[in-house]
Design a protein around this ligand. Structure first.
Ligand code: AKG
Length: 324
């Protein structure tokens, strides 16, 4: 019999700011403030960890699970320090690096010979991997899938400065070459309040047949004539479809799990303190299913085959993000 899951309690540590679960600060899309009626909180499914059947039903129903206390604070702290130390060496962060304050400059291109190799080495840091691919994550993903789970080796680490955001998209065009039983785990690495531009999920988007049906068979790496990112921004889509953008003032230990048919993006980072939003997204699937070789192995090619060099994170923090 499976033992009930007991989440880790939130603890006070240097990353714990005075956060409230409410949207007490502005959420921005394309530099526009999202009105309160277009915002909602991701539903907290943590109590359902004790009832895996209900947990899976919830994921099917809403297209996502928001869970608290899943990874240990000390693992997050270690990963955050590890990544920020590397960025500080590129001159991109002010000291002390662990505060994650953008310096406004970058010497990355002068100090590394390959953006891709640099980012791969950051993405394969032992503390980061322990956080994203360690026993806590395996345990919760086995529970969610109801069978042995397996993470992609390829990891999307994102360090987003003021102005950065991610446009709305479904993950289907990136990860469903082998099958669609792939789940994204989005994890803040440190507290990520809304002004730092965290993940936002479009409520009810699992049911947007007009967007989902034409996506069937779309592979973003094979069909260069299309983009996975919608041309419409999150605010105008929410208004047009009379729905809400769901997010949180994310705290250490939180994760969001969602499937390939859940529309999502990230708000714009507009933190006045110039704090860098650090997060990562990792894909998981049932271990018994086929794998898409692009995302596995010692030197995974990633979506386009260009390896870690194709990621937003591989760019100096001073560079704009691309749209796929
Ligand atoms: O963190 C972000 O900016 C976007 C995350 C995302 O698109 C994903 O996890 O699939």
């Amino acid at each position: 019999m499976q033992r009930p899951w007991i989440p880790f309690p939130q603890t006070d540590c240097f990353m714990t700011a005075t956060l409230t679960p409410l949207f007490n600060r502005d959420c921005l899309v394309n530099s526009k403030v999202v009105p309160q009626e277009r915002l909602g909180e991701l539903k907290d499914s943590t109590p359902l960890l004790a009832d895996p059947v209900a947990l899976r039903k919830q994921l099917q129903q809403d297209g996502y699970l928001y869970l608290k206390g899943i990874v240990k604070p000390q693992h997050i702290e270690a990963a955050r320090q590890e990544v920020f130390a590397r960025l500080a060496k590129m001159g991109e962060l002010k000291e002390p690096a662990h505060e994650g304050i953008f310096s406004g400059v970058s010497h990355r291109d002068q100090r590394v010979s390959s953006r891709g190799e640099f980012w791969q080495s950051v993405s394969e840091g032992p503390h980061l991997r322990h956080l994203t691919h360690g026993e806590d994550m395996h345990r919760v993903m086995d529970l969610i899938m109801g069978e042995k789970s397996r993470p992609h080796d390829y990891l999307f680490l994102r360090a987003g400065v003021q102005g950065r955001s991610t446009g709305l998209h479904y993950d289907y065009p990136f990860f469903t070459r082998a099958h669609d039983q792939v789940y994204t785990v989005w994890m803040p690495i440190g507290n990520v309040p809304v002004e730092q531009g965290p993940l936002a999920i479009v409520e009810g988007s699992k049911k947007f047949k007009d967007l989902i049906d034409p996506m069937n068979g779309f592979d973003v790496a094979l069909d260069k004539s299309r983009k996975a990112t919608l041309s419409q921004d999150a605010l105008s889509l929410a208004i047009e479809r009379n729905t809400r953008l769901l997010s949180r003032n994310f705290e250490i230990g939180d994760i969001v799990v969602f499937g390939m048919y859940t529309l999502h993006g990230a708000f714009q980072n507009h933190c006045p303190l110039q704090k860098v939003r650090l997060s990562c997204d990792v894909r998981w699937q049932p271990a018994a299913l086929d794998v898409d070789a692009r995302y596995f192995g010692k030197n995974p090619g990633g979506t386009t085959g260009a390896g870690y060099g194709e990621l937003q994170g591989a760019k100096p923090l001073t560079d704009d993000w691309h749209v796929r």
